[in-house]
Structures are given as C-alpha cells and as structure tokens.
Design a protein around this ligand. Structure first.
Ligand SMILES: *Cc1c(COP(=O)(O)O)cnc(C)c1O
Length: 357
C-alpha cells in the first residue's frame, strides 16, 4: 500500500492494479481478469457482456445473496429461481437439466445461468456445464464468496464462461472493497474493461458508441488486495479448522447437522453453517440465535431464499422446498479468520447449554 501511495498512482489505472489482476487470474486459473469496484459490479458487467436484454430470463439458485440476480433484474430481465441440492446446498444440476429441456420445448431458453457458490461451498460446475452446454446457454458463476475453494480439482467457478469474485470487507480475502470478472475469453474481458471505464472509444474527444459504468477498482484497493492474496491458502486452512472444531464439538448433539461437503468439493468454509432441528435439539434456530445474541455473539440465519423475497414475488420458481427448509433451520456461526479457540469455545458453550434446555 505504501508503494502505491508513494508512486502517486492512486486512481484509477496503474501498475498495482495490473499486478493484482495478474495475481487474481493466476489464483482463479483464468487467463483474463478485470478488477472491479465490487463483486456486484463484476456481475453487472458479466450480464452486460452476455447481452442480457429486457424480457430475457436469467436463472439462478433460490438460495443465494440478492446480488446474484439484482443487476440482471435492474436490466429488465426476469429471474427464474431453481432449488438447491441438499447434498451441496448449491444449484441442483439435475433440476437444471430438466428445466432447460422444458424451456427449450417452450422455445424460451434463459440468456444465461448464474450458479452461486454458498458460504465458500462451490457449485458443481462439471454437472452444470453438461446441462448448459447441451443448449448452448452461457454460465456466469457468482463465486463472490468462494475464493480459495475447489470443485473437481479446479478453482470455484472454473468452467463457467465468466466468473465473478468479491473482495468486500467480509470476504476471506479483502481489498477493503472490490471484485473481479474473469474469463478464458479475452474479448469478453476486453469488452467488460471498456464498459467499466465509461465505454470510451479511442478518440481524444471521448467518443461513445454506448454508455458504460465507473466500475474499475482503484489502485489503492488493488494494493490492499495484493497484500492479502498471498495468505489465501492459510486463511482457507484456518476457516476449515474453525468449521471442524464446531462440527467436532457439536455434531454429536441430537438435532444439529453441519453443511455437507460433496466428494468433488473442497469448500473454503468461508462461513460455518449448521441446521437446527427443533424437535431433536429441543430449541429452534431463532431461539438459539437470540440466546447467542444475548451473550454478544452474532450469528445469522441462512440467507432467506430469493423466491420468498417480496422483491421477487412475481418471479417463477422451480421447486424451492429444499432452500426454504435450509432457511427455516439454518444458522451461520461466527467464523472469522481471527477467531481464537477460546472465542469458539464460548460459542460452543452457549449452544451446548441450550441443548434440550
Ligand atoms: C459478497 C457477495 C456478493 C456481492 O459482492 P460485493 O463485492 O459485496 O458487491 C455477491 N454474491 C455473493 C454470493 C456474495 O457472497
């Protein structure tokens, strides 16, 4: 960061930004990367270069953060929400395959599919690719929360036409804010880069064939990201250890089960998520969450599925019962890389005290 301040390259382009893009591309094993002002901006650019138009459908899992589809909705697209697979809590590839075949029969394939990784758990890109390739539907992977995670031996999101990442303050590696759009397709990233910097044509008077955005990452944030990125593997190890400690201390209690990890996945365990079965545990998720809050411990329900959000009340949904059940019983526990075993023991103590309490 000092390097960036002293060089006088504060914004917008510069050597720190270029170096950060090269380093992100290497970590994500993608040939081309564009650093952006946020993960949401990367998704917006992704929708734009995939040609999303008003009236198009954009398909996403119901169990995700709102930003997975928000930019497409603002562009006039209609989201269609598909249920998640109970074995991964991410987009159900079997359901996707059936629905794509049905959509092809209706003559209305989606403009793109946006699988989303969940709490560090990657979506099954091999199976999703198989379903989408059959109909030539491109994939934009929302891998905003899963940097450092692997699926089928490849980084999260790998195999999608475009991958969006986030370096927001709460993510495993942060730049204090920011994101990235990555691809194997140089032309798509070049197009996104032009759109991210106000779509200026190469002319001294600023010629514009279309309008773009101010979505580039600043050099200062790139320098922060560069300082954090080398510790990614260590951070994943720490998060996985936090998950393992919770699971070891609590999974023996009737009524508590932890987020599964399929054999093909290596989650970053960005957040530890568990399910509270009120009958077996003796207390429901909300009561447990409030008991933790009374001790000054912040936990959070699993994301409310998008098909249950008032903002999307008119959007079509396929299934949704799995996502709804995970929301009903799911709780995310404190999982920050800076958590000590003593901090964790305190959380575990409160949960244990409530068991059948
Ligand atoms: C964090 C996150 C985003 C948004 O990223 P920002 O950088 O905050 O805009 C989108 N999708 C998912 C799944 C996320 O976890």
């Amino acid at each position: 960061m000092r390097r960036s301040l002293e060089s006088g390259w504060l914004a917008p382009a510069g050597p720190e930004l270029q170096a950060f893009e090269a380093e992100i591309a290497q970590v994500a094993r993608q040939p081309h990367a564009l650093a952006t002002s946020s993960g949401t901006a990367a998704l917006h650019l992704g929708f734009r270069v995939l040609g999303v138009q008003p009236g198009d459908e954009v398909w996403a899992p119901s169990l995700t953060f709102v930003a997975t589809v928000a930019p497409a909705v603002q562009m006039g697209a209609t989201p269609r929400f598909l249920d998640v697979d109970p074995a991964s809590w991410t987009l159900d590839p079997h359901l996707l395959r059936e629905e794509l075949a049905a959509a092809a029969r209706r003559g209305r394939l989606p403009r793109c599919v946006v699988p989303a990784d969940l709490y560090g758990q990657p979506a099954d890109m091999t199976a999703i690719r198989e379903a989408c390739d059959a109909w030539g539907v491109p994939i934009l992977s929302d891998s905003a929360c899963s940097l450092g995670a692997m699926q089928h031996g490849r980084p999260a999101g790998h195999g999608a036409r475009l991958v969006a990442l986030s370096f927001n303050g709460n993510k495993i590696v942060t730049a204090g804010g920011g994101g990235a759009l990555l691809s194997g397709d140089a032309a798509l990233i070049a197009q996104a880069r032009a759109l991210a910097t106000q779509a200026k044509e190469p002319a001294v008077h600023y010629q514009h064939e279309t309008t773009g955005f101010n979505y580039a990452m600043s050099s200062l944030l790139a320098a922060v990201g560069r300082a954090q990125l080398p510790s990614l593997a260590e951070r994943v190890t720490t998060r996985r250890a936090i998950f393992a400690r919770y699971a070891k201390a609590l999974a023996g209690l009737a009524g508590l089960t932890f987020m599964p990890e399929p054999a093909w996945a290596h989650s970053s365990r960005w957040l530890t998520a568990m399910l509270v079965d009120p009958r077996a545990f003796g207390t429901d998720r909300e009561t447990l969450r409030r008991a933790l809050a009374e001790e000054g411990i912040e936990s959070r329900p699993v994301w409310k599925p998008l098909h249950l959000q008032p903002a999307f009340r008119d959007a079509p949904v396929v299934g949704g019962r799995v996502a709804a059940a995970l929301f009903e019983e799911g709780l995310c526990l404190p999982s920050g890389s800076g958590m000590s075993p003593a901090d964790q023991a305190r959380v575990i103590g409160v949960i244990r005290a409530l068991h059948r309490g």
